[in-house]
Design a protein around this ligand. Structure first.
Ligand code: MYA
Ligand code: JJ1
Length: 388
């Protein structure tokens, strides 16, 4: 059934429900001298390449590969369209390794035809902090699918991660593999009903007319929370403390230091937006909200080519209710002309989603850990991790 995944240190379907396994690493680390020193063999027509994202030219090649070949929805109406600035941001956090940005080229033409990446992250699982890699952007050109290239790429990224003495990883996928840490649901808040319907992202339900839909999804013109403003550099230490406290509630969550908070959360135009709530008297920062920008290409529509989507990222609420904080984020996303605001049912998101008129999407996101077993899978609300 899963010829590759059966050979890997991940929870297997046949072992689900067997509580005799201990929690923690499935395999022990080996001495670094025993890690394979040479890259895995690719089919002879292809060669490995490190994709230097500093280079505009290479960043553009990666962008073009993903734009034409990365993840689509079930009906192939939309395809993720990560921007170059986004890819640079997502792939170069503090402590990143350039040689974890792995490409595959055709030897003869040098055309980039496949890609896989990892970035380092400190992940807390219950009360242990484990150095992990986050693996993302696995992509094989459409013309080279089903040739078992993906397993070679996964083994190669694993090898390069092992060489840094890291033995665990986290990853997400839209497909079911052995075996999820948790299964999350996408939710969507319509901001631009007319366009979403025109492009087939959503449909007018029974007894719903366009004018009713427009009215239903109307939002206030301005934010409601006093002291709600864009996050600035000077907020970093306070946001780090807030976020560390908030993420400590979840069973699995990353732990961020100041440098990581600065990287992941300081606003970057068309990449990430972040806001704090600052008390005007005490100057205390009490709440925080962020979202990232990930458009999708609209495939084969005569009128529109891109869907502008915002995705909830990290947030912290200590004073302002999360519902109100999120409503303010919706207001800003609407002002910035996003068409839709997306969220997963992770953390404490579920309760406010329905209230704020999010609707359940047709996509799921499965979260996985590599070489780390948990006794049972988690509820989405026990997970404090958002990946790009
Ligand atoms: S998830 C996003 C994945 N990308 C896409 O969906 C883009 C569009 N699709 C493609 O580009 C291709 O279809 C891909 C597969 C490249 C996905 N995760 O080469 P194949 C297994 C893991 O013949 P192709 C993301 O980026 C499949 O079950 N495994 O297939 C996170 C089968 O194995 P088995 C996957 O369709 C990635 C084998 O590959 C996935 O040509 C995390 C078939 O290979 C998938 N999304 O190419 C990767 N899709 O027979 C794991 C298929 O056993 C990281 N497969 O069922 C693990 C941690 C590593 C680091 C560890 C460090 C310690
Ligand atoms: O965007 C998604 N679904 C949309 C569009 C569906 C188009 C037809 N398949 C959706 N729309 C309905 C919204 C509607 C708004 C009004 C209220 C009711 C609901 O459901 C889905 C997520 O739901 N997206 C995908 O399928 C994209 C792939 C998701 C897996 C991502 C894997 C990434 C891995 C990288 O690490």
């Amino acid at each position: 059934e899963h010829k590759f995944w059966e050979t890997q240190p991940v929870g297997q379907f046949k072992d689900l429900g067997d509580s005799s396994f201990p929690e923690g690493p499935i395999e022990q680390p080996t001495p670094l001298s025993e890690v394979k020193q040479e890259p895995y063999n690719l089919p002879t027509l292809y060669e490995w390449t490190v994709c230097d994202m500093d280079s505009d030219e290479i960043c553009n090649e990666v962008y073009v590969l993903l734009t034409n070949n990365y993840v689509e929805d079930d009906d192939n109406l939309f395809r993720f369209n990560y921007s170059k600035e986004f890819l640079r941001w997502g792939l170069r956090p503090p402590g990143y390794f350039k040689n974890w940005h792995i490409g595959v080229r055709v030897k003869s033409s040098k055309k980039l035809v496949a890609f896989i990446t990892a970035i380092p992250v400190k992940m807390r699982v219950r009360d242990e902090v484990v150095q992990m890699a986050e693996v993302n952007f696995l992509c094989v050109h459409k013309k080279l699918r089903s040739k078992r290239l993906a397993p070679v790429m996964i083994k190669e990224v694993t090898r390069r991660i092992h060489l840094e003495n890291i033995w665990q990883a986290a990853y997400t996928a839209g497909i079911l593999l052995p075996t999820p840490l948790t299964t999350c649901q996408y939710w969507h808040r319509t901001l631009n009903p007319k366009k979403l319907i025109d492009v087939g992202f959503s449909r007018l339900g029974d007894r719903m007319t366009m004018s009713r839909a427009i009215k239903l999804y109307k939002l206030p013109n301005s934010t409601a929370t006093p002291g709600f403003r864009k996050m600035e550099i000077r907020d970093v230490p306070k946001v780090t403390i807030l976020l560390r406290g908030y993420l400590s509630r979840f069973v699995v969550a990353p732990t961020f230091d100041d440098a990581e908070v600065a990287h992941w959360l300081l606003p970057q135009e068309n990449v990430v937006d972040s806001f704090v709530v600052e008390n005007s008297e005490t100057r205390e920062v009490t709440d925080f909200f962020s979202f990232y920008t990930l458009p999708s290409s609209i495939l084969n529509n005569p009128n529109y080519s891109t869907l502008k989507a915002a995705y909830t990222f990290y947030h912290v609420s200590t004073k302002t209710p999360l519902l109100q904080l999120t409503q303010d984020a919706l207001v800003i996303a609407k002002q910035k002309e996003f068409d839709v605001f997306n969220a997963l049912d992770v953390m404490e998101n579920e309760p406010f989603l329905k209230e704020l008129k999010f609707g359940r999407g047709d996509g799921q996101l499965y979260y996985y850990l590599y070489n780390y077993r948990l006794r049972e899978s988690l509820k989405p609300s026990e997970l404090g991790l958002v990946m790009l």
